[in-house]
Design a protein around this ligand. Structure first.
Ligand SMILES: Nc1nc2c(ncn2[C@@H]2O[C@H](COP(=O)(O)OP(=O)(O)OP(=O)(O)O)[C@@H](O)[C@H]2O)c(=O)[nH]1
Length: 370
């Protein structure tokens, strides 16, 4: 049974020492007049008090926050299977009534390449499978499929890692990705999941580039009892800095810093991301504690290039792979596992909150092998 988050008791953090002037903040949510050139910050408070962490959560041992009920897990498997059906269709059919011969291996090779597993992972799996067939003297296709399942789980398990809560207060997460990857949607879904796990959440609307993105997040925050720190224009690093200080003052559990979408080839924008990260570190020593890249599963091998580029720029701690529903390219996780094994914290198979779940290698492989 998998859980959504893991939880650890918070470590005492040094008192924050402001090193840069934080932008002005309005106590009532109204924009504050500031000197020319200084950014205007709006703070959207939650409509109701945020849930506090229960006293029982501060024990010594690492605990699993919430066990997923069997019925819920079942419905997730159903959604995962449906979501990954395009990736799985080629892989599942080729074993039906097949003989173990070169034609089967060739078909498997094409299916893996078409699923965007990439040349390296595909070759690795084929070599491993041929070895297993020989050593274990496998004689029918169903056994070969089981052997492939084992190999795939072995390959993907290193990517499986829970997001551990409560290591820092606030736990500061920075979220990056290319345009339209699903960053803002993912932040919204994660905030809801975090609230369900008794975590108070504050969001920094660091997408100062697109006014609509800021407004979208602000309206969403008002509806969902989540404080959003936003600026009408200016520097996303200043928004992040201000958000961290607000969260420290309020005793908020988790801060998520949204950032504008950008391509790794837009070097000045990649520099801007590095600056946001540096400034978060100035606001809180050692932060951000998580640097997440949101990737669109539809982009297949291009997603791999994004992982490499963002990892080199920021030092990623985790991935969120969205839109695995409706794509035939779910094999990209195998490519990531072989070439840049950054942990996959969550995968998304739809637009609903419950469509974003922790990555579980066995469940994923079961879904793609049918
Ligand atoms: N089908 C599907 N759609 C998704 C998923 N995750 C996000 N989306 C949709 O993808 C679209 C883009 O999502 P956003 O969250 O706005 O993406 P973004 O990365 O914040 O975009 P920018 O701010 O432009 O960089 C929205 O229509 C989302 O509803 C998913 O797992 N499956």
């Amino acid at each position: 049974m998998f859980s959504f988050f893991k939880k650890k008791p918070p470590q005492p953090e040094p008192a924050p020492v402001p090193q840069e002037p934080a932008p002005a903040e309005s106590p009532q949510g109204a924009p504050v007049p500031t000197p020319t050139a200084a950014p205007v910050v709006t703070e959207t408070p939650p409509a109701a008090p945020e849930p506090s962490v229960p006293a029982a959560d501060t024990g010594d041992a690492e605990i699993v926050a919430v066990e997923t009920p069997a019925a819920q897990k079942q419905s997730w498997m159903t959604r995962l299977k449906a979501g990954l059906s395009k990736t799985s269709s080629n892989l599942t059919t080729l074993f039906v009534g097949a003989r173990i011969d070169d034609a089967l291996y060739e078909e498997l090779e094409s299916a893996l390449l078409m699923a965007d597993a990439g040349v390296d992972a595909t070759q690795f799996l084929l070599d491993g499978l041929k070895r297993k067939v020989k050593n274990e003297k496998l004689t029918d296709a169903a056994q070969v499929k089981t052997a492939l399942r084992t190999l795939l789980i072995e390959m993907l398990t290193p990517l499986q890692k829970p997001l551990v809560l409560g290591r820092h207060k606030p736990l500061i997460m920075m979220i990056a990705g290319v345009n339209g990857a699903g960053k803002t949607t993912t932040i919204g879904k994660l905030a809801k999941h975090l609230q369900a796990h008794h975590q108070s959440v504050l969001l920094a609307a660091g997408d100062t580039f697109r006014a609509a993105a800021r407004e979208q997040l602000t309206v969403w925050g008002q509806r969902n009892n989540v404080t959003v720190i936003a600026q009408e224009s200016g520097d996303p690093a200043a928004v992040a800095f201000d958000a961290v200080h607000s969260a420290q003052a309020r005793g908020t559990d988790v801060v998520m810093v949204d950032t504008a979408g950008r391509l790794p080839t837009q070097l000045h924008l990649m520099e801007e991301l590095k600056k946001i990260k540096r400034v978060i570190g100035k606001a809180s020593d050692g932060a951000p504690h998580e640097v997440l890249l949101v990737i669109d599963g539809n982009t297949g091998q291009n997603a791999l290039a994004q992982v490499k580029a963002f990892d080199e720029a920021l030092g990623l701690t985790g991935l969120v792979v969205t839109k695995l529903d409706g794509t035939a390219k779910g094999g990209v996780l195998a490519a990531i596992a072989r070439t840049r094994p950054v942990p996959v914290y969550f995968i998304g198979v739809g637009e609903q909150i419950e469509d974003l779940q922790p990555f579980d290698a066995s469940a994923f492989v079961d879904a793609i092998l049918g």
